[in-house]
Write a protein that binds this ligand. Structure first.
Ligand code: PGA
Length: 241
């Protein structure tokens, strides 16, 4: 695993954006695997800046997001579809019909998951997958468990995740208790992976990943099975400062 340690959140965001820009300049129709949450917000702001300066175009890009709450309406301001529109898609020249987020309104979750994996395969796979990391080591919504599901699936959220994310909802009980998420296998199929982390609360999860070992109880450690992963983290996440 390549490791880039940055001074702070801003420099972490810039380093991650550089890798996205590099991927897009090498392949104009790149398939970007995108993530939501507070971690990648700064990276999206950097990408919007590069777009505004005319350095990049998303015209031919396809994007597939990691996960979505379930059930949730796309217009709910806590849905990941809403987040992506607000932070990136509405601000650049991407063709919205080439942007994919698991459908939190699907009647049949299993069918939605199956068609999501088929969609990724039909796009030729993911060129660059961006990831955040949960305090409990989750990636996407692959929560710690004795067993992990490799493909896109419906999953229950853990108390740790509910505690971290419920603050964004009007009341904690408004937060969905389930989500649709790419599986670990879907993620590991990406050609290149960037995982970002900022803040002391991510330190333990980062340390587990950097042992180089693999355990389903810290899902991010599964990234040690991939040969092109870059961890970009700030000093607080790396040193636990
Ligand atoms: P965060 O979430 O970026 O909001 O910290 C990361 C994650 O849970 O994967």
């Amino acid at each position: 695993m390549n490791v880039i340690i940055t001074e702070n959140y801003e420099s972490m965001s810039k380093e991650a954006a550089k890798i996205v820009v590099d991927t897009m300049s090498k392949k104009i129709n790149a398939v970007l695997g995108l993530a939501t949450g507070s971690t990648p917000e700064g990276m999206y702001a950097e990408l919007c800046r590069s777009y505004n300066k005319g350095e990049i175009s998303f015209r031919a890009v396809n994007s597939v997001n990691l996960d979505e709450y379930y059930p949730i309406s796309a217009t709910n301001n806590q849905s990941y579809r809403y987040f992506m529109n607000k932070n990136l898609f509405d601000k650049v020249d991407i063709n919205k019909s080439n942007t994919y987020v698991p459908n939190g309104e699907a009647k049949d979750a299993a069918a939605e998951c199956k068609s999501y994996d088929e969609l990724i395969a039909s796009l030729g796979g993911i060129d660059l997958q961006i990831l955040g990391i949960g305090r409990n080591g989750h990636i996407g919504f692959n929560e710690p468990n004795g067993e992990l599901i490799p493909v896109t699936h419906l999953t229950s959220l853990t108390e740790s995740t509910i505690e971290s994310n419920s603050k964004y909802f009007p009341t904690p009980s408004d937060m969905p208790r389930s989500a649709l998420t790419m599986g670990i296998g879907t993620i590991l199929n990406a050609k290149k992976i960037v995982i970002m982390a900022s803040g002391k609360e991510k330190h333990e999860a980062i340390l587990k990943m950097l042992t180089g070992k693999v355990t389903t109880m810290w899902p991010a450690t599964m990234l040690n099975l991939h040969n092109d992963v870059t961890l970009i983290c700030d000093r607080r996440a790396y040193y636990g400062e």
